[in-house]
Design a protein around this ligand. Structure first.
Ligand code: PMP
Ligand code: GLU
Length: 388
């Protein structure tokens, strides 16, 4: 029996595969340094876990409305207003099973067979596959390290066709750590307004932004951009809640929201009620000081990683300004990224993600969402291995 082409044409998620392989090797006693992790290493904070335990004890264990628990949507609406200067009513918000699910839903409701979605390469592994799953075509635009791997007006303009339905923006970006400035966003988004296509803005790494830079949510730039933008965010990365599976999207376009609600009501129904209570607690009860502490620790880890990489000849990188990854150029070492990462894992017990997953076979992605000790140990091994 044949499996549907829609699925056979899609590649498995290399990021998730490598992360679970590294975890398995560690459980079996391997001294793996995990530079593959796409999630913060710390546990979910106690006050968030407690809210989930209380939810179970109080019987908050039934279906909620398919598009999310109204109180959580209110908290998200408040968050958008306070942190992003964006005004969305709870009815303009849908809570889903992770930001990944929110993105999947958006592409499913927007895309027809003949449509194209513009994606800047290097891209997060799932974007092109999700576009394919929606039956549309991913129009990949190459970006350059000299330009911090950012999409600019010229490269975007040259990719626009009559079939362009949307562009996916991701700032701070996975895997490059690039952060778009207000001017850069204004330029790109102006094109979406002019040529009439949607902007899907994935802001999942919003809290991981270094050197005093500020996150700008492109929908806040002006009314026309706001109308064309669907913003995606979630609690996975910001509150160490990757396993709880809560993400959300917002749009002022009622047709889009209604379509996504319909799709979700027939696919997953509501995201886990207990996780929704926990996410509510995360959004309502986390204070600025806690977030600043987390950010400080991630910036120190980034700096530690970069200092170590500076001492390894043959590897170069663009300094990440956000997220928790360094995208490393391995072209001088004359191995493709999959062979490089396989050997690195077998010979030095370091897990890293091949750049191939993000559209660049001459790069690897190193995550610094791990302890300082582990980063230092990993760099020692990496230096020895590369030198040899
Ligand atoms: N977007 C990007 C760029 C990501 O790296 C991730 C990480 N998984 C997601 C979306 C999805 O996040 P979530 O765990 O909330 O589904
Ligand atoms: N987003 C993370 C990463 O890029 C987690 C894995 C995934 O969801 O693909 O590693």
């Amino acid at each position: 029996m044949k499996i549907a082409r829609r699925v056979t044409e899609v590649a498995p998620s290399l990021t998730l595969e490598i992360t679970s392989l590294a975890r398995k090797m560690k459980e079996q006693g391997g001294k793996i340094v995990n530079f593959a992790a796409g999630e913060p290493d710390s546990d979910t904070p106690e006050y968030i876990k407690k809210a989930a335990i209380e939810a179970i004890e109080q019987g908050f264990t039934k279906y909620t409305p398919a598009a999310g628990w109204p109180k959580l949507k209110e908290a998200i609406s408040k968050k958008f207003k306070k942190e992003n200067q964006l005004s969305y009513s709870p009815e303009q918000i849908v809570v889903s099973c992770g930001a990944k699910h929110a993105l999947y839903n958006i592409l499913q409701v927007l895309c027809e067979k003949e449509d194209e979605v513009i994606i800047a390469s290097p891209y997060w592994v799932s974007y092109p596959e999700m576009v394919k799953l929606a039956g549309a075509t991913a129009h990949i635009v190459q970006t350059q390290p000299q330009n911090q791997f950012k999409l600019d007006k010229r490269s975007l303009a040259s990719a626009i066709t009559k079939k362009t339905k949307a562009v996916i923006l991701n700032s701070p970006a996975n895997p490059t750590g690039s952060v778009y400035s207000q001017d850069e966003l204004e330029e790109i988004c102006a094109l979406a307004v002019e040529r009439n296509f949607y902007i899907i803005s994935d802001e999942i790494y919003e809290k991981f932004i270094f050197d005093g830079k500020k996150h700008i949510s492109c929908a806040s730039l002006n009314e026309e951009i706001y109308r064309r933008t669907i913003v995606v965010n979630g609690v996975s990365k910001s509150y160490s809640m990757t396993g709880w599976r809560i993400g959300y999207l917002a749009s002022p376009d009622e047709k889009i929201i209604q379509a996504i609600k319909k799709l979700q009501s027939h696919s997953t129904s509501n995201p886990c009620s207990i996780s929704q209570k926990a996410a509510y607690q995360a959004l309502e009860k986390t204070d600025k000081t806690q977030m600043q502490k987390m950010l400080k620790s991630f910036q120190e880890r980034r700096d530690c990683m970069l200092r170590g990489l500076d001492e390894i000849s043959g590897l170069s990188y663009i300094k990440p300004e956000g997220a928790f990854y360094v995208f490393c150029d391995i072209s001088q070492l004359k191995l493709d990224s999959i062979t490089f990462c396989r050997k690195l894992l077998e010979e030095a017990e370091i897990a890293a993600v091949p750049g191939e997953a993000f559209g660049r076979d001459d790069y690897i992605r190193l995550s610094f969402a791990t302890s300082r000790n582990e980063i230092e140990e990993g760099l020692r091994r990496l230096k020895k291995w590369v030198t040899r």
